[in-house]
Design a protein around this ligand. Structure first.
Ligand code: ASP
Length: 345
């Protein structure tokens, strides 16, 4: 005669089996990946000193983020800590080193998402906030909204005691040179009666390289993603790219993956890149590497969308994928030592 265990019997057996219990949180994997933008980054055009400066800053950001995770901090804390280092460096197109708009100012965008709850916060077109990723977090945690833009976002920032700076703090000579070159090119094209959009699309990729982002996995098994940028050189009319758009430039859900993107924002918005990658992971059972490759190389590349992504799942699997010549990037996890790279290797 067959014997069936009652539900209560099964539950008591499960409770008594230590091998089936969740691993102690100290044994769970930690992981972080960062990027500092993707584009035509060529070794032949980079001096050894400049390359070293980029590597050192990426390393500092990676170590800071990983240190937060090791101390038991949340994935959100780690993402913010890493991004703050990159925002404060003039090397990257975010915060301090943001590109110039057509009118010679700086307009910054950032977003953040918590994979545990799918809470999210974003800011777009802010001019006076020193670390836009911090403001994105406040929007997420201290407002009933997801995205705030322009003057309203700054009013909210002031009301929450966020550090405000003069827009000129973001001035740098190398970005000014990029603006001068971009404007000359745009004005030449406009004189030939090509429309503004065609002229902007014709701008070489370096005019927007340097967006920064991070994804992280903490001891509790939660993932998070964040992205911060100055956008595109010579942008105009309040143009906003993908970086502050949840689903396009940033996405995180413990059930699928965390993504931070960099690249030609108009394509990343239209192809909903970050959310598409995570949907493939969740509904098609793809690995993060397969899903990122399918979207970046299979979907975006054929239509001319240049850029890359960093992707991480809640088991600690990571993918750093791009269809450009290079992407400033770094990764570290419990099983893997820190790795910094710039070119295709
Ligand atoms: N995605 C950013 C934007 O379009 C720029 C970049 O990542 O290079 O604003």
């Amino acid at each position: 005669m067959k014997k069936f265990l009652s539900l209560a019997g099964v539950l008591s057996l499960l409770a008594a089996a230590p091998a089936l219990a969740a691993p102690d949180s100290a044994d769970r994997p930690l992981a972080i990946a960062i990027h500092g933008g993707a584009g035509t980054i060529e070794k032949s055009k980079m001096t050894p000193e400049r390359e070293e400066a980029y590597r050192a800053k990426l390393r500092e950001a990676l170590d800071r983020g990983y240190g937060v995770l090791e101390q038991g901090g949340s994935s959100l804390d780690a993402v913010i800590a890493a991004i703050n280092i990159l925002e404060d460096s003039p090397l990257f197109n975010a915060g301090r080193g943001a590109v110039y708009t057509y009118d010679g100012t700086h307009e910054l965008d950032a977003s953040l998402m918590d994979g545990r709850t799918r809470a999210a916060g974003a800011v777009a077109g802010v001019k006076r906030v020193r670390n836009p990723i911090d403001l994105a977090r406040l929007v997420m945690e201290d407002s009933p909204f997801v995205m705030l833009a322009g003057e309203g976002a700054e009013e909210f920032a002031r009301s929450r005691g966020v550090e405000m700076v003069d827009n000129a703090l973001f001035d740098t000579d190398h970005r000014r040179e990029q603006l001068d070159k971009a404007k000359k090119k745009l004005q030449r094209e406009e004189a030939q009666e090509r429309d503004y959009q065609a002229a902007v699309e014709g701008l070489p990729v370096p005019f927007r390289t340097g967006t920064v982002g991070a994804v992280a996995l903490d001891r509790e098994g939660n993932i998070a993603a964040g992205t911060s940028t100055g956008g595109m050189t010579a942008k105009r009319y309040g143009r906003i790219g993908d970086s502050p758009v949840i689903g396009a430039g940033t996405f995180a859900d413990n059930n699928s993956c965390a993504v931070s993107a960099t690249g030609h924002g108009e394509y990343f918005i239209r192809y909903n890149v970050a959310a598409d990658i995570c949907a493939r992971v969740q509904y098609q059972g793809r690995s993060v590497n397969e899903a990122a490759g399918e979207v970046i190389n299979g979907v975006l590349k054929p239509v001319g969308g240049t850029g890359g992504v960093i992707v991480l799942d809640a088991a600690g699997n990571m993918a750093l994928v791009f269809n450009t010549k290079g992407m400033y990037r770094g990764s570290r996890s419990s099983g893997q030592p820190a790795r910094i790279a710039i070119f295709r290797e």
